[in-house]
Design a protein around this ligand. Structure first.
Ligand code: SF4
Length: 223
């Protein structure tokens, strides 16, 4: 459950250039049902005007997943189906997660409505949708978070600067460890598999997350 002090604390960790809209308790959801109803009726930013439908998070097993993956915005196929990462990018991501053995994941986006012409969501649109994303983080309660692309990194933990550098470190957002990787839409345009290519770098990040989550499992089974 996300309460007011928690929401304030979450926001205080954001990049200084990210100035959130005033806290709006109507945008903080305490249950999955509330999140679904609130997002489906949302008109908090202009993206609602051209959406076919609001795009919900997709999960592999249960909503309470080990790994929460956050992309930027839905594309055309997601807009039509109302589910995150069900297009070509999502297929590539599923294959990579499967290959690494990351079985329990929940995938969502910084904004839930498709921006026209697949442009990046603006800072103001990300701020408008932030209440839903922070609700989702608190409802999933993941062991780790993976931000796909610059917009997600900047929105979630204020990650700015050289993307390659961001990818090499583990970050922290509230109690959640956060990693950063290339968005699969970008990877689809990068055929190289050589060392230090974007696909190779992303693969390294997924392996680090897998090791981290496995480590937590080992710790809890020792008790
Ligand atoms: S993108 Fe988010 S804030 Fe904007 S209308 Fe859609 S659900 Fe509401």
């Amino acid at each position: 459950m996300v309460n007011f002090p928690m929401a304030k604390k979450l926001r205080s960790l954001l990049d200084k250039s990210f100035v959130p809209i005033e806290f709006n308790s109507n945008l903080v959801c305490h249950s999955w049902q509330e999140l679904e109803t609130s997002t489906n009726n949302c008109q908090a930013c202009g993206l609602y005007k051209e959406r076919t439908q609001v795009v919900a998070g997709r999960y592999s097993k249960t909503k309470a997943a080990d790994l929460l993956i956050i992309g930027e915005a839905p594309g055309q196929i997601e807009d039509e189906r109302g589910l995150a990462f069900v297009g070509y990018s999502g297929k590539l991501l599923d294959i990579m997660l499967d290959a690494v053995g990351l079985e329990s994941y929940y995938i969502t986006n910084v904004v839930r409505c498709r921006p026209p012409d697949n442009r990046n969501p603006t800072k103001s649109e990300c701020q408008s949708c932030w209440g839903f994303l922070q609700s989702e983080i608190a409802l999933v309660k993941p062991k780790a978070i993976l931000c796909l692309g610059k917009v997600a990194a900047k929105t979630v933990f204020g990650g700015i600067g050289k993307f390659e550098k961001l990818m090499r470190s583990r970050h922290q957002f509230f109690e959640y460890p956060v990693w950063v990787a290339y968005h699969p839409a970008y990877l689809l345009r990068q055929p190289q598999l050589s060392q230090h290519s974007p696909k190779w770098e992303t693969w390294q990040v997924l392996c680090r997350i897998k090791l981290y989550i496995n480590g937590l499992r080992l710790e809890s089974s020792d008790r």
